[in-house]
Ligand binder design. Structure first.
Ligand code: 4AD
Length: 457
């Protein structure tokens, strides 16, 4: 269907005083004695295009209601009221799709909770139009960042026989019937599709390490799955995970890469999405642009876990979860550190080994590992990473201590046998950084179809 994007209509001033054809959905329809006005949007722009209809013309305005899809032909002219903008004096309007009176988006303002019940329609609102435009720009910035630095994009498997985090919170993958007879886990899986237990991967890291230990610098960008029963505004059961992995790198290199990447993403959004940022600033987070400017310009804090615990213990705050060296940082602790103390992104480093994954490099103190989480105000953790344990004996010992099956990790262990090298990487949750950049406070509002506990639409 030949037509011009509404985004192009607003950008291209040479179209003024020419005949143009646009398509879109009617956002609002207004009627006066001699004229009728439509606001239409085709999704390419946050701004709606006004269509002006002379009621003396042949155009039948009675059928033009909000929610309908239309094709409009007319002359593009400077807007009569909204100076600096443009509008169309319609000569012909074709109704492409009618919309009945029960169209749920007719109200001027619907709550985000209500819109969550309408995943099939909510992208037609300004909020979700802006969220998904930013999400797209963030994704593209991630690819550009890594591609321009000699990283190779690798696709790691989604079905896996090993649990990367060693935590066992995986969705199972099976073709066995619900009445499949079994007496033990082994027997259950023995004649399953893969002949062994399989699940949806929580992370592409282990395979990413395989690739990095040959290609040098790689990144993955795909869906990963978590089966934890975490019903919070920051957790999804299916999220998009960006995982760079670098050979010949130590923890400070991993931190530097993560900081550069976050700054690059923020700068790209500033450049490509100024209208969307204005929108989020106005409706969702006052001070958003100042916050992001600060991210782009300031040096992120690097804070030892042990020091973080000292700060938390001396804080004049009644935390719900008590703080002791060895505890995992809860959201309230992370927020205190980033929002109250440093007021900017903070890399917490060198966590106790007991609360972190088996693959992290063990520090010389025997108590901590070379791990880092990047905490940001408002969202908390958006990145988790580490230098990996490159020493075979130490790695085997950590796996034994955590009661893991050595057999399932033979490929991973082989990397430590054949030309091992210091290496490391991190994982960034795409939805977490989109939340941070847009100021949306619930992760369900930055992904098309959120998968969460008890929710599969
Ligand atoms: O800290 P995580 O669990 O680290 C890993 O998976 C490592 N294998 C990464 C690596 O070193 N290659 O997860 C990394 C990031 C988190 O910081 C968070 O942004 C995101 O993934 N994430 C989630 N996002 C949404 N919903 C969930 N349930 C998430 N779990 C982790």
């Amino acid at each position: 269907m030949k037509h011009i994007d509404i985004a192009e209509i607003f950008k291209n001033s040479s179209l003024i005083n020419t005949t143009v054809t646009v398509c879109g959905w009617i956002r609002t329809a207004r009627d006066s004695k001699n004229m009728a006005f439509l606001e239409i949007n085709d999704g390419t722009s946050l701004k709606h295009l006004q269509v002006v209809i002379d009621k003396a013309s042949e155009i039948n305005v009675a059928n033009l209601k909000s929610g309908c899809s239309v094709k409009v032909e007319g002359i593009l002219v400077p807007a009569a009221v909204n100076t600096g903008s443009v509008e169309i004096n319609a000569t012909q309007i074709t109704l492409l799709g009618d919309c009945p009176g029960d169209y749920p988006l007719q109200k001027k303002k619907s709550t985000l909770e209500f819109l969550r019940t309408l995943p099939e329609l909510r992208l037609r609102t300004n909020t979700f139009n802006a969220v998904f435009r930013v999400r797209s720009v963030v994704s593209s910035a991630i690819h550009n960042f890594f591609q321009s630095r000699n990283f190779v994009y690798i696709n790691t498997p989604l079905i896996t026989g090993s649990d990367c985090e060693g935590a066992g919170e995986m969705f199972r993958v099976t073709t066995n019937g619900y009445d499949h007879p079994y007496h033990s886990e082994e027997e259950y899986y023995a004649n399953d599709f893969f002949g062994k237990k399989a699940g949806l991967s929580v992370s592409g890291q282990l395979e990413g390490e395989v690739a990095a230990m040959a290609m040098g610098k790689i990144y993955t960008f795909g869906p990963t799955f978590r089966a934890e029963n975490s019903n919070t505004p920051r957790h999804l059961a299916e999220f998009w995970h960006v995982e760079p992995e670098v050979a010949f790198a130590e923890l400070p290199d991993v931190i530097e890469l993560a900081e550069d990447m976050v700054k690059y993403i923020v700068n790209t959004v500033f450049e490509k999405c100024p209208t969307e940022l204005d929108f989020f600033e106005r409706f969702f987070e006052k001070g958003l642009k100042e916050k992001l400017k600060n991210v782009a310009e300031s040096k992120f804090e690097v804070l030892e876990y042990t020091r973080a615990i000292e700060i938390l213990k001396s804080a004049d705050v009644d935390f719900k979860y008590p703080v002791e060296w060895g505890c995992d940082l809860q959201t309230e602790h992370e927020r205190y550190i980033t929002e109250q103390v440093f007021k900017k992104p903070v890399f917490v480093t060198n966590y106790p080994k007991a609360i972190k994954s088996f693959y992290m490099k063990q520090n010389a103190d025997g108590k901590t590992v070379a791990a880092t989480d990047l905490l940001v105000p408002g969202v908390g953790e958006i990145i988790g990473g580490s230098e990996r344990e490159a020493n075979m004996d130490k790695l085997l010992k950590a796996m034994e201590d955590k009661g893991m099956s050595i057999d399932a990790y033979q490929d991973y262990l082989a990397l430590r046998k054949y030309g091992t090298a210091p290496h490391g990487g991190f994982g960034l949750g795409l939805e977490r950084i989109v939340m941070y950049i847009t100021g949306m406070s619930n992760i369900r509002d930055v992904i098309l179809y959120p998968r969460t506990v008890g929710n599969l639409r």
